[in-house]
Design a binder for this molecule. Structure first.
Ligand code: HEM
Length: 568
């Protein structure tokens, strides 16, 4: 694909060079803004923004101000944004179709490499713009909150009379009111009093379950055989614990009228179908297509399961505060607070498992690939918690982590930040649908166009992040020479009003998993020479455990016990 585009070289060079212009334009419009403000501010800003000798005099002079302002070309229209040539009416549909069988990410990266930092596509008249410059992303996030709603799940919920989640509501609807309820999970107070103490109680359950899925291999190494059962259930357990205060032990799980594995599968499946429904015209609104019927079936089951757990655990089984009461309190003025709680619970359960578990698996491979960082984390954990013991791994709750101890885990957190930068679950993390025309990078993003931030593109460029292709967790340390030049380069949870409300729950879950991996095991993988390739055969990226063996070697305190564990 790239070769083909490149072969069109002379036209292409023009496109590429014009694509470099927009950011000069942004700087120029900055000066126009200065010139529009009062004289005193203009002079002060001009002298601080660039060298005082070159800019202070002209900007103070009304004649030069006028001349400078008229020099600035107006932003260019959508039609002038570089991009592949399309067909009449259908635009770039055939190209998109050809390149989007499974995962669209690599195709978008190629387009940005070929055409520059802003690229346009036209799909059946729908205007799509890809952004790679982090300054442009920042401007987009700061000025636009509209998101394309998830039509498939909206249609289902409206038919069944279920409350909509913010991602299913139209921009004109009151999405932000409901969103404020979701945001409780992001508050630092909630993290300290609810998330941290609850997730701390899952530590030994995580280690015990992991051991059951380890298959003895060469020497004292064990291979992880079933990541879905060993790891995905942890995602479900974490939401259940924070939300309902329930600890999902195997004994309790056995009393459920459905299999947790089925719930996890349904959540993964329905998210995938929602994505597919968004890519096609909404015929299901008139005739229930086979794909829509699959969503219906999968959602019916998820809702049935979620209602079951909510009814069963209406009163708090734990001695700690849980999310449920916070939600009831915030929704008490609503005629049906239960409906809100149900809707939030279902959204969190569905959104909270799949992505988190993909990232957790990638994190385990990163630990395996960098033994030096494993040891650095081990040392940080020793300093914070002391020596690990068998008792810690197999006791009822495992390691208890206080908020003071959690704060100390600087390197463990930097390690995850670097995993999320270099190995995200998707190359495109966020998109906005323009509610108005907006100038970004010298072009007009027209009303109703879809602007997508391809975060992974700048994230791999030395120009924005020194030694970008290397895995260097220390770059997240304040003052590091390898720090990114712009904080929008890596935004794995999105930004602003639409940011992932589960981000603190997700990061705490993964930090705890890192703690448990490293304190009790040494991780390695089959090919230490090369970090495993991501698989692109699904909408979200992941590492295939069948193709890439991941090994766990128990540390001394766990060796004998690990031998005696009954495997699944
Ligand atoms: C590493 C794990 C995770 C990542 C990288 C992630 C990332 C994201 C992103 C990028 C968005 C969309 C943001 C936007 O549109 O700008 C999102 C939305 C969302 N996430 Fe997460 N997420 C993760 C885990 C979780 C967990 C554990 C939960 C629940 C406990 C959760 C709950 C949600 C919900 C409910 C939404 C939709 C919010 C809305 O409708 O406004 N996520 N997530």
């Amino acid at each position: 694909m790239r070769k083909k585009l490149l072969s069109n070289s002379s036209a292409l060079k023009q496109v590429i060079s014009s694509a470099n212009v927009p950011h000069a334009l942004t700087m120029r419009s900055f000066h126009v803004n200065l010139n529009n403000s009062d004289g005193a501010n203009t002079t002060a800003a001009a002298t601080t923004s660039t060298s005082s000798t070159t800019t202070a005099i002209p900007s103070a002079c009304p004649y030069h101000q006028k001349q400078q302002a008229s020099d600035v070309p107006p932003p260019k229209p959508f039609s002038e944004i570089p991009g592949p040539k399309g067909w009449p009416l259908i635009g770039n549909l055939p190209l998109l179709y050809k390149n989007s069988k499974n995962n669209i990410g690599p195709f978008f990266m190629d387009l940005l490499d070929t055409y520059g930092q802003t690229v346009k596509l036209d799909i059946l008249g729908k205007k799509i713009i890809l952004l790679s410059n982090p300054d442009d992303m920042e401007k987009l996030y700061k000025n636009e909150e509209k998101r394309t709603q998830s039509e498939g799940s909206r249609f289902y919920k409206m038919e069944k009379g279920v409350r909509l989640a913010p991602m299913e509501m139209r921009y004109e609807e009151n999405w932000n009111d409901i969103r404020q309820i979701y945001n409780i999970a992001m508050k630092p107070d909630f993290h300290e009093t609810v998330t941290l103490p609850h997730l701390s109680e899952l530590n030994s359950e995580f280690v015990k379950r992991l051991m059951r899925y380890l298959e003895p291999g060469e020497g004292d190494k064990y291979r992880l055989t079933n990541a879905v059962d060993a790891i995905s259930k942890y995602g479900f357990d974490a939401v259940m614990k924070v939300f309902l205060g329930v600890k999902m032990t195997d004994e309790l799980t056995a009393t459920f009228p459905f299999k947790i594995r089925d719930f996890v599968d349904q959540s993964v499946k329905s998210l995938d179908i929602i994505g597919k429904l968004m890519q096609n015209p909404p015929i299901y609104k008139y005739y229930k297509t086979p794909l829509y019927k699959q969503l219906e079936e999968s959602y019916d089951k998820s809702f049935e399961y979620a209602r079951y757990v909510m009814n069963r655990f209406k009163s708090n089984p734990s001695d700690k505060p849980r999310f449920y009461e916070f939600l009831m309190e915030r929704s008490k003025d609503d005629p049906n607070p239960d409906a809100i709680v149900e809707s939030v619970m279902i959204s969190f359960l569905q959104a909270g498992i799949d992505i988190t578990m993909r990232i957790l698996c990638i994190t385990a491979f990163r630990l395996a690939h960098h033994p030096e960082y494993q040891e650095k984390i081990y040392k940080e954990l020793l300093d914070t918690f002391g020596e690990p013991t068998l008792e810690e791994a197999i006791s009822e709750n495992g390691l208890q982590v206080t908020k003071e101890q959690y704060k100390k885990l600087k390197f463990t957190k930097q390690f995850l930040d670097e995993v999320l930068r270099l190995n995200p679950f998707s190359y495109i993390v966020s998109a906005r649908e323009m509610s108005k025309d907006l100038e970004i990078g010298g072009y007009i993003m027209p009303k109703d166009s879809l602007v997508m931030t391809v975060q992974q593109h700048p994230s791999l460029k030395d120009e924005y992040i020194p030694r970008a292709l290397e895995f260097i967790p220390e770059r997240w340390e304040k003052g590091s020479p390898y720090a990114p030049t712009n904080s929008f380069i890596s935004a794995p949870f999105g930004v602003g009003a639409r940011k992932c409300p589960g981000s603190r729950i997700a990061t705490t879950e993964i930090h705890f998993a890192i703690i448990n991996f490293v304190r009790h095991f040494k991780l390695s993988h089959a090919n230490p020479e090369k970090f495993p390739d991501m698989s692109f055969d699904q909408a979200l990226l992941y590492i295939n455990l069948d193709k890439n063996a991941l090994y766990f070697t128990p540390r001394d305190h766990l060796k004998d016990h690990c031998k005696s564990v009954q495997r699944k």
